[in-house]
Design a protein around this ligand. Structure first.
Ligand SMILES: *Cc1c(COP(=O)(O)O)cnc(C)c1O
Length: 351
């Protein structure tokens, strides 16, 4: 199987952990692993003196946790709605009854930052919710500009970096971000099932809300002080996460991984140009390439690749629009063959 979806092709030594007997989690050994994972995670995202919570749950669980515990303590949220993930922030606010302004950004477009600033000045929110990378289109937003505007208006910044962590340069310290979230099946390139919240040191002592039992921040923090979780963790995934983090640390941090992801993205976009596929994102991320093929039948390319070559890419919401992830192991040759095969299927059935 060849995987160009999330999390992509996974390192064999990481996969092998899933096939072995695993430790009991209520032990000092498991606590030590969690404390080590927290330390490496904070280094990778440059969050000096911060804290993490690692949940057994997908990325949306972490988004929900942020709204339940943090956004509900605020008066008004400002949401960047540039696609299905941005819209999810808005839906969560509605679900928990938080007053939220839904700032819509057209598909695959960058934010008009001047207009956004004017709107924000009128709406007077006290918390800002956005994605670094809107994965549904491949559009990357400018966190530096967002951070400057939030800072100027005294708005707390929360960023979903689920699909940009380890794919784009990112420093919570420099950007003055209060909370970031990610999950294991994207840039970390291990199986789905865990999500990670990063808390700036500025939130030490913050009085969080308690709107959900399972994701309660205070309950998690008090357990994590000794490296434990309030409920049964997905132990194998915690071990795979720790092993992956140690690999990244041995590589000297996140930079090599980011460079590799960027290289694959650039390489594949050259192939897109060769085959005449447009990349609609105004500022495309390294994490994925979203591209428009000539396939005007629903999912022709997706099905063809899967059935003939046991190869997976991500279908998009628009006919002929597909996304290829650059997370995970892939060589230039893999990408060259993939592009050839996409081309093989894109013409079929289009009359
Ligand atoms: C993948 C992703 C999520 C979370 O999706 P889950 O399926 O819940 O893991 C949230 N935000 C972004 C930007 C994502 O790419």
């Amino acid at each position: 199987m060849q995987s160009f979806v999330f999390p992509g092709n996974i390192d064999e030594s990481i996969m092998a952990i899933g096939a072995k007997p695993f430790m009991y989690m209520r032990t000092d050994a498991f606590s030590a692993i969690n404390k080590e994972s927290e330390r490496i995670l904070l280094n990778l995202i440059h969050c000096t003196g911060g804290r993490t919570i690692i949940y057994t749950g997908s990325g949306t669980g972490a988004m929900s946790a942020v709204v339940e515990n943090y956004v509900t303590t605020k008066k008004k949220a400002f949401v960047i709605d540039g696609g299905s993930f941005g819209h999810r922030w808005f839906q969560l606010c509605e679900y928990y009854g938080v007053d939220a302004y839904d700032y819509k950004v057209p598909f695959a477009k960058d934010i008009d930052y001047d207009d956004m600033e004017r709107t924000l000045a009128e709406e007077k929110p006290d918390v800002f919710l956005c994605q670094h990378h809107e994965t549904s289109s491949g559009q990357l937003f400018d966190l530096k500009k967002i951070s400057e505007i939030c800072h100027e208006y005294g708005v707390s910044l929360v960023v979903d970096v689920i699909s940009s962590f380890l794919a784009e340069p990112l420093s919570m310290d420099e950007l003055d971000i209060d909370i970031c979230i990610t999950s294991t099946q994207k840039g970390l390139n291990i199986p789905p099932g865990l999500s990670v919240l990063f808390f700036s040191k500025k939130l030490d002592g913050y009085v969080f809300g308690h709107k959900g039992y399972y994701w309660d921040f205070d309950d998690n923090f008090s357990n994590l002080r000794r490296g434990q979780t309030p409920f049964s963790p997905a132990t194998i995934l915690f071990l795979q996460l720790n092993a992956r983090l140690k690999q990244l640390e041995a590589e000297g941090g996140e930079q090599r991984n980011i460079d590799d992801v960027r290289h694959r993205a650039e390489f594949f976009r050259n192939l897109c140009r060769e085959y005449g596929w447009s990349v609609p994102a105004e500022t495309p991320s390294n994490a994925i390439t979203g591209f428009q093929t000539k396939d005007n039948e629903s999912r022709k390319v997706f099905k063809g690749l899967m059935e003939k070559y046991d190869t997976y890419i991500m279908p998009g919401g628009i006919p002929g629009f597909y996304r290829v992830s650059h997370m995970g192991l892939q060589s230039d040759e893999d990408l060259r063959v993939l592009a050839q095969r996409i081309h093989e299927f894109e013409g079929y059935g289009n009359k």
